[in-house]
Design a protein. Structure first.
Length: 472
């Protein structure tokens, strides 16, 4: 069934994008609307704590945001305030946020399509056709993505944040495409605003910023390194190679090439995105402190805790009550953090660290999906096997794509995001659901690889047919 689904998506992507993309949006919203209407999920653990706090804030009680949980994890306050807005507008019911998830994720396929087209942007008509088809396939894959479907009824901050992170990436791509410096700077500011919104809801912005800086460094200092992982010149099809046109010296209306200063400003514009991010997040933090909503900055007061859990060999980097009880037996502050730092150093010195990292990678990216547990839903029959095969197929196509697709500069950006995210989670706490933050990019890279392989095989078929005809 998983293979049939993949083939069906590739077949549907042949239709015009004016049909495929709206269909994907409606399909995405419809499936998730059906899910939240038929699956009753009660919030648990941190989801329950934050949602209950949001209900209290919506009712006018802000004191809950100064409880021990929020003094320890102050970065959760913005998401509680985000939820409280909808509870205030539509009623104090947990299911309100489920419908917000439905609405937000309905448009994730559209954002995936736009981002994919911009990553593969080219003026060549064959390349434009390829990018639109790949974008349509991405939209369809995201619409039926099973993990996000099951998590629709879970009060996680992952998909609210993802919505804004994708908008930030699209704005970044728009800044790269813009010719004039004012437009580049304007789009960089917009990207920073969306990045700040995503970071306030779920603190993963550091991953996106490191990827952006790395992308900027390569574009600025190593522009000739944008090449395929394995060069196979004969496989480069028209639909991916960007045609380099020679300037027309007789066209006096042609735009002048940008000055060195303009090019430098353009390449450094991502720094403006990062600057805007820090300005906005600091302003929000100071505003909340000024209004006495919280008495501390919006950050993790115990960053060491994530490493304590992530380096636990027995739990394969998961949370354990034993660790929590040990840490919480010390008063919050420097004494507790000192104990956590000692645990981190002790666990780093234990033998077999590389083997442990490999085990964590296998668990985070290869373990069977657990969204059904969070949704409090019992999957029928072979559902979990189908979901696992479906995900593994897209993972395989991503790896094939990275091996053979010409990796141009823009495709490196989402690739860096995935690699940095995976690298960070070698040493911090993991859960299977944490991979959901990256699935949109893995599906994107996998779909590009799948569509490229199909296009390459079609190109070979044309060449083979032509050679046979010439032989006759």
């Amino acid at each position: 069934m998983a293979v049939t689904t993949v083939l069906a998506v590739i077949w549907l992507s042949r239709f015009p994008t004016s049909f495929v993309v709206p269909f994907a949006v409606l399909l995405s919203g419809g499936l998730r609307a059906w899910w939240v209407s038929h699956v009753e999920t009660m919030p648990v653990y941190d989801f329950l704590t934050v949602s209950e706090a949001a209900l209290s804030v919506a009712g006018g009680d802000l004191s809950v945001l100064q409880s021990p949980y929020f003094t320890r994890f102050a970065y959760q306050i913005p998401f509680a305030l985000w939820e409280s807005i909808f509870y205030r507008l539509f009623g104090p019911d947990h299911r309100v946020m489920e419908w917000v998830h439905v609405l937000l994720y309905a448009f994730i396929p559209l954002l995936g399509y736009v981002l994919t087209v911009k990553l593969l942007r080219t003026q060549d008509k064959h390349g434009l056709s390829f990018s639109k088809r790949a974008g349509g396939a991405v939209a369809l894959f995201l619409a039926i993505e099973p993990s996000s479907l099951m998590m629709s009824s879970v009060l996680t901050n992952q998909y609210s944040a993802l919505f804004f992170y994708l908008l930030s990436l699209i704005a970044t791509m728009q800044a790269i495409e813009s010719v004039s410096v004012p437009k580049k700077l304007s789009w960089s500011i917009v990207s920073g605003l969306f990045l700040a919104l995503g970071g306030l809801l779920r603190p993963l912005a550091i991953v996106y910023m490191i990827a952006l800086l790395l992308y900027m460094f390569i574009a600025l200092y190593m522009p000739d390194t944008f090449h395929p992982a394995f060069s196979r010149p004969n496989v480069f099809i028209r639909g991916i190679k960007q045609q380099q046109k020679r300037p027309d010296d007789t066209n006096f209306n042609a735009p002048r090439p940008p000055s060195p200063l303009t090019r430098l400003i353009s390449k450094l514009s991502p720094l403006l995105t990062i600057l805007v991010y820090f300005v906005v997040t600091q302003l929000v933090s100071m505003t909340l402190m000024t209004l006495n909503i919280t008495d501390r900055p919006l950050k993790n007061d115990e960053p060491e805790w994530k490493f304590v859990a992530g380096l636990n060999r027995e739990s394969i980097g998961h949370f354990t009550k034993k660790d929590a009880d040990l840490v919480l037996s010390y008063p919050q502050g420097e004494s507790r953090r000192a104990v956590e730092r000692a645990l981190i150093l002790e666990r780093l010195k234990e033998p077999g660290l590389l083997t442990f990292f490999v085990t964590k990678i296998q668990y985070l990216w290869g373990f069977v999906d657990q969204a059904w547990k969070w949704a409090d839903w019992q999957p029928p029959g072979e559902w979990l096997s189908i979901v696992l095969v479906y995900e593994r197929l897209l993972f395989a196509f991503m790896l094939l794509g990275l091996m053979f697709v010409p990796i141009k500069g823009r495709i490196l950006y989402p690739l860096f995001i995935v690699l940095i995210y995976a690298g960070i989670h070698l040493i911090i706490e993991i859960q299977v659901r944490y991979r959901y933050d990256m699935l949109v990019f893995i599906y994107m890279l996998g779909t590009i690889g799948l569509c490229w392989i199909r296009a390459a095989s079609a190109e070979y078929k044309i060449i083979f047919t032509r050679s046979k005809n010439v032989g006759r």
